[in-house]
Design a binder for this molecule. Structure first.
Ligand SMILES: NC(=O)c1ccc[n+]([C@@H]2O[C@H](COP(=O)([O-])OP(=O)(O)OC[C@H]3O[C@@H](n4cnc5c(N)ncnc54)[C@H](OP(=O)(O)O)[C@@H]3O)[C@@H](O)[C@H]2O)c1
Length: 355
């Protein structure tokens, strides 16, 4: 009788596990032609290729968001050749939840594809209370990366960033910590984000002297934010670093999203969205309407033209986009069909942006 119970239990448990396993089995196969659809650019002087379009998980992947929607976006991205996913300790909300959700999806959907993925995370902004929960000290960066690895259920990340310069910690300490993290095997490469041209030069030189070249800079760059064109891009090129431009759609402003007001499901309407309603100004939207006319003449959507425009600069390795739906992601992937601009188009765009 006990044997019968045991056999019954084993059979039922096996069926349950198989069902669970098949539910979670990735749709992916090694023969999927995902890589043919994407352009890959060399990241500075390094050996690493990054997709021209990378996906960031700043918004739309926290506990407040639909995990099913996030999962569909990630699956579509990977099947379209996006190999690079960008996170940070504080992405959510709540902070940390984007990494935790990503870890779950990674385990269920991409576990057998880890070597095909470039996963980055960062530390620099406020993550926990007390004097060791933000900025650029060794204490904070090491602890934060350990927490990120736990949340994502990873042994290492591909790129670890200092998320912002710390005016109070010596740059030597922050850079020595990035070097240490690579030597410990917790990150393969390191990068910096939101650093000025002068700090980029110092950081890159320090890292090079320690034998851990700075792979990449992550600045904010779009039609509406052109400061990196000043000194930063030149310094990045001089240092042989790659560049990944964040918020290339100005958080959605440079799309058709706000042409008829602020939709209820948009970032500007969400209480936790970083795009403030004041930023959706008449002044900005008037420019977008004029830019959109050029996009239509190019037979592109506004979002596609905005992304192609960022990629027109050969110093930009990748555009780091966000997407709240698979539809948006697919539109953005269509950018790669029309990347080039005529001189007339570029001048016309400059004229609108400078007016
Ligand atoms: N290093 C840093 O300090 C830093 C700072 C910010 C961001 N980042 C990184 O950069 C990534 C991207 O930033 P971001 O999300 O601000 O990028 P973004 O691409 O400028 O904006 C993404 C938002 O634009 C809207 N959108 C995207 N495609 C669209 C389309 N085809 N049509 C209409 N609307 C569209 C969506 O907003 P709705 O939600 O309204 O649909 C989407 O969430 C982040 O996830 C993060 O990885 C880094």
């Amino acid at each position: 009788m006990f044997d019968g119970f045991l056999v019954n239990f084993v059979i039922r448990f096996t069926i349950h596990s198989l069902k669970f396993h098949f539910n979670m089995l990735p749709n992916y196969s090694l023969t999927h032609p995902r890589y043919e659809k994407m352009t890959y650019n060399r990241c500075g002087n390094s050996g690493l290729l990054l997709p021209a379009i990378s996906l960031g998980l700043w918004h739309n992947f926290g506990f407040v968001d639909s995990i099913e929607n996030g999962r569909n976006i990630l699956r579509t991205a990977f099947d379209s050749g996006i190999t690079h996913f960008d996170l940070a300790n504080n992405y959510g909300p709540p902070a940390g939840s984007a990494e935790e959700n990503f870890g779950t999806m990674l385990k269920h959907d991409f576990a057998t594809h880890r070597d095909e993925l470039i996963i980055s995370t960062k530390a620099g902004y406020a993550m926990w209370t007390g004097p060791y929960g933000e900025w650029g000290s060794k204490k904070y960066l090491v602890s934060s990366l350990d927490q990120s690895l736990k949340r994502m259920q990873l042994d290492y990340v591909d790129i670890f960033y200092s998320h912002r310069p710390d005016p109070w910690t010596p740059l030597e300490e922050t850079m020595a910590t990035l070097d240490l993290i690579v030597r410990q095997g917790k990150a393969l490469y390191v990068g910096i984000s939101n650093y000025s041209a002068a700090d980029t030069k110092r950081a890159a030189e320090m890292l090079r002297n320690m034998g851990t070249p700075c792979l990449i800079h992550q600045p904010k760059y779009s039609m509406f934010v052109r400061e990196p064109e000043g000194e930063l891009f030149a310094e990045i090129e001089r240092q042989g670093m790659g560049c990944i431009a964040f918020s290339p759609l100005a958080q959605g402003l440079l799309t058709n999203r706000y042409l008829k007001g602020i939709p209820a499901d948009s970032r500007a309407a969400k209480p936790h969205g970083f795009l403030q309603q004041e930023q959706v100004s008449e002044f900005a939207i008037e420019k977008v309407k004029k830019l959109n006319e050029i996009a239509q003449q190019r037979q592109q959507s506004m979002a596609q033209m905005a992304l192609a425009w960022v990629l027109r600069d050969r110093r930009v390795t990748s555009v780091l986009i966000g997407a709240s739906s698979v539809e948006q992601l697919n539109v953005n992937l269509g950018t790669l069909n029309t990347l080039s601009f005529t001189n007339d188009e570029l001048q016309h765009i400059d004229h609108i942006l400078n007016s």
